[in-house]
Structures are given as structure tokens and as C-alpha cells.
Ligand binder design. Structure first.
Ligand SMILES: [Mg+2]
Ligand SMILES: [Zn+2]
Length: 187
């Protein structure tokens, strides 16, 4: 079993852009690929876990999410780094697309995506970490025993000042590169 770093996508690995629906709007932070490579080399699996309610809301096609994830994987690979898995929740309780209108177990803060990844990739959750710009990212990690790092990119600057009771961050840092450094310090 290997430890993983579960990365939120929007606002953490790439810029938060509302509902990402075109590749032109997919913008990496300048340090993102380096941060993934640092984590790869330290022996962590790197897994994207992302809520994509835009699918249930009829704003984003599931095929586009797949295309965006191929694009991210290619870009990361071109920088000599690797993402080991992409997991997303397409659901929303009041979505307009009936097939995805659901209260599910995978929309963060629920931990379903983490459990699924752990089963697929043989992940040791107790030695794993979650990095995200929202408290619900950290809450999902906390439910499976993974420590969380809140980043001040995306919506993190706001969330930092609106703490969520019951969710305790391991650290709050400026961005994904600082999160990677903190994780390496702990491991
Ligand atoms: Mg986010
Ligand atoms: Zn879901």
C-alpha cells in the first residue's frame, strides 16, 4: 500500500474559473506541475478528486470533463510528472440532468471518491493527505483519516476566514507548492 496526496482540481491544481467548460479557460498555476513532480518523487500517488456539479446542472458535458482530464494529464506528463488517477463526482441533489440528480456518497465533503481511489490504487489512507481550497475538501479527507492542507488559491482566501466547525486543517499555506513542501516535511 502506498500513501497518496489527493488534490482538488479547481482552485488548487488549476485556476478556479467557475464551471470550467472550455479548454481555453483551463489555466495551470505556474508551480502546479513542479509540485506534482515533487510529490511523485517522494513516493506519493497523486490523485485528483473533484466535485463536478456542472454535469448535473447541465452546464458541462461528462465528455468534456474527460477531455479536460486528458489535457491535464498530458500537460503534467510533459513536465516529467504523473497524475495516477482522476476521480470526479458528477452529481448534485437539485441538478437539472435527471441521471445525475442525486444525493450521493461521492460529492465532497462525502468521502466516496477517496474510498474508490483507495480501493482501485491500493492507497494507505492513514498516511495520505488532501490538498484543497475549500473546507469540504479537507472534511472529506478527515473522514478517511487523511490530513488536510488548505491552500489560499481559488476560494481558499475566503474559506480561510470562514472556518468550518469540526474540520481541522493540518496546515494552511499559500499554494500547492507550499502544500507539497509541508507534506514532505510531515512524511
Ligand atoms: Mg476547489
Ligand atoms: Zn457524487
Amino acid at each position: 500500500m502506498r500513501p497518496a496526496v489527493f488534490l482538488d482540481r479547481d482552485g488548487t491544481l488549476i485556476e478556479e474559473s467557475g464551471y470550467l467548460d472550455r479548454l481555453e479557460r483551463l489555466v495551470f498555476f505556474p508551480y502546479s506541475v513542479d509540485a506534482v513532480r515533487v510529490l511523485n518523487r517522494a513516493g506519493f500517488l497523486v490523485v485528483i478528486v473533484t466535485n463536478q456539479a456542472g454535469i448535473a446542472r447541465g452546464i458541462v458535458e461528462e465528455s468534456f470533463v474527460a477531455e479536460a482530464h486528458r489535457h491535464i494529464a498530458d500537460r503534467v506528463a510533459a513536465g516529467g510528472a504523473r497524475i495516477d488517477g482522476f476521480y470526479y463526482c458528477p452529481h448534485y441533489p437539485t441538478g437539472t440532468v435527471e441521471a445525475y440528480r442525486a444525493v450521493c456518497d461521492c460529492r465532497k465533503p462525502a468521502p466516496g471518491l477517496l474510498h474508490r481511489a483507495a480501493a482501485d490504487l491500493d492507497i494507505d489512507l492513514a498516511r495520505s493527505f488532501v490538498v484543497g481550497d475549500r473546507w469540504h475538501d479537507l472534511a472529506a479527507g478527515q473522514k478517511v483519516g487523511a490530513r488536510g492542507v488548505l491552500v489560499r488559491t481559488g476560494l481558499g482566501k475566503r474559506d480561510e476566514w470562514e472556518p468550518e466547525s469540526g474540520t481541522t486543517p493540518g496546515a494552511i499555506v499559500d499554494n500547492l507548492m507550499d502544500a507539497a513542501a509541508w507534506i514532505l516535511d510531515q512524511a
